[in-house]
Design a protein around this ligand. Structure first.
Ligand code: DHB
Ligand code: MG
Length: 225
């Protein structure tokens, strides 16, 4: 019952506040046709990411976990003039679908998709002198959120906004063992502990309900170097 209601309200919000967008619709359709896991953010969440990027006047965005590029397109739309986005994807097949969706949205020159495990790509980027990024969106495998946060901080500056997806997981993060879920809850819990212990970052998390169930976003602002 509650899921039906959350989905209906999401639909109501989207109908009122979101414009029709053929590139985003095409990205969803391409993801479905290719059998991607249906775990992309919702349209209303995408608009939130776009607005966060715009509010922050982001010129550089890093995304961990591209999937089919749906959130990538929303984030890239929020970039300031001349801005760029780098998105990291472990699965070559997902990256290929994402590249097509990104090109179809007219963002091929704005977005770079780097293929490989992010925990290998992030140190390479650091060595290459990439960053600091204005906004970092962490949305890849939850088991590695602690490592992703660590590397995100290395690629940050004072003022960087770090956003983490899926930090509630229907409340399963309250299970201190989290042994039934392949380490997802443990990864997310460690992510909270790191944020709590990190003097450079001021953070909160907000629970969300909607078409993708009960979950949440974490927001952290880097306030010191
Ligand atoms: C799921 C949802 C996500 O947004 C994600 O990044 C990974 C998994 C899920 O619902 O399983
Ligand atoms: Mg997610």
């Amino acid at each position: 019952m509650s899921q039906d209601l959350w989905s209906a309200v999401d639909e109501y919000i989207a109908q009122h506040l979101l414009s029709a967008d053929s590139s985003l619709d095409a990205a969803v359709a391409a993801g479905e046709a290719a059998g991607l896991p249906p775990i992309a953010i919702t349209p209303n969440q995408g608009k939130l990411l776009e607005l966060l990027a715009r509010i922050h006047k982001a010129k550089s965005i890093l995304e961990l976990g591209t999937l089919g590029g749906y959130s990538t397109i929303w984030l890239a739309r929020g970039l300031a003039e001349g801005g760029r986005l780098v998105t990291l994807e472990r699965e070559p097949r997902y990256a290929e679908i994402a590249l097509a969706n990104i090109a179809n949205a007219g963002l091929a020159d704005t977005v770079q998709v780097r293929v490989g495990p992010a925990l290998e790509t992030l140190p390479e980027m650091h060595d290459e002198g990439e960053g600091p990024f204005d906004l970092i969106f962490i949305d890849a495998d939850k088991q590695n959120y602690p490592g992703y946060l660590e590397w995100s901080l290395k690629l940050s500056r004072v003022g960087t906004l770090i956003v983490g997806d899926n930090v509630v997981r229907s409340g399963t993060i309250l299970d201190p063992d989290g042994s039934e879920d392949g380490g997802i809850a443990a990864g997310v819990r460690r992510f909270y502990e790191m944020l709590a212990a990190e003097p450079r970052v001021s953070a909160t998390a907000i629970q969300t309900v909607g078409a993708k169930g009960h979950d949440g976003f974490a927001l952290g602002l880097v306030e010191a170097s």
